[in-house]
Ligand binder design. Structure first.
Ligand SMILES: [Fe+2]
Length: 161
């Protein structure tokens, strides 16, 4: 049987839930590693960990409302690793600049996935899902913008300028 738009919506919400879970772990690891030397960056990362945790809960609620659970797609690890090793949790030897660059990449990955999901929700006429995702993606856009704005400062500091 062909996959329906509704099936796709559920599968992608489950993926988004897993990506959020991964994001919490990854950003939390980076926040901890950077806490003593880059406290402002660390605090903002921790703030986004809390936002991401809230996103995950809201996605779980959407899935529950749709009669589905949060069991994750099998290939989630593959999708993340296909995007590069920086998708892992804090890597030993990762510089603060690499941490910011990899975090920017992850936020853009989340934003693209949410936008695709919003389009599917629109096609599936799932108004509540669409409205919730539109509010979630705003936090990722803000985080991405903040990281973009801080990249040069962090880089200058890292090289002692
Ligand atoms: Fe995010």
């Amino acid at each position: 049987m062909a996959e329906t738009t509704h099936d796709t919506l559920i599968a992608w919400l489950q993926e988004a839930h897993a990506f959020a879970q991964h994001g919490e772990t990854m950003l939390g690891g980076r926040a901890e590693a950077l806490s003593s030397d880059y406290p402002v960056l660390s605090n903002r990362l921790n703030e986004h960990v809390a936002e991401t945790r809230q996103h995950r809960r809201e996605i779980a609620q959407l899935l529950d409302d749709l009669g589905a659970d949060t069991s994750t797609a099998k290939d989630i690890g593959g999708k993340l690793s296909a995007l590069g090793h920086s998708w892992g949790t804090q890597l030993s030897g990762e510089t603060p600049v690499q941490a910011v660059a990899a975090s920017i990449a992850f936020e853009h990955f989340e934003i693209a996935n949410y936008r695709a999901l919003i389009a599917v929700a629109d096609i599936a006429e799932a108004g509540q899902v669409k409205a919730t995702l539109e509010s979630l993606v705003a936090d990722d856009v803000a985080m991405s913008q903040w990281l973009d704005d801080t990249l040069i400062d962090i880089t200058r500091r890292y090289v002692g300028a």
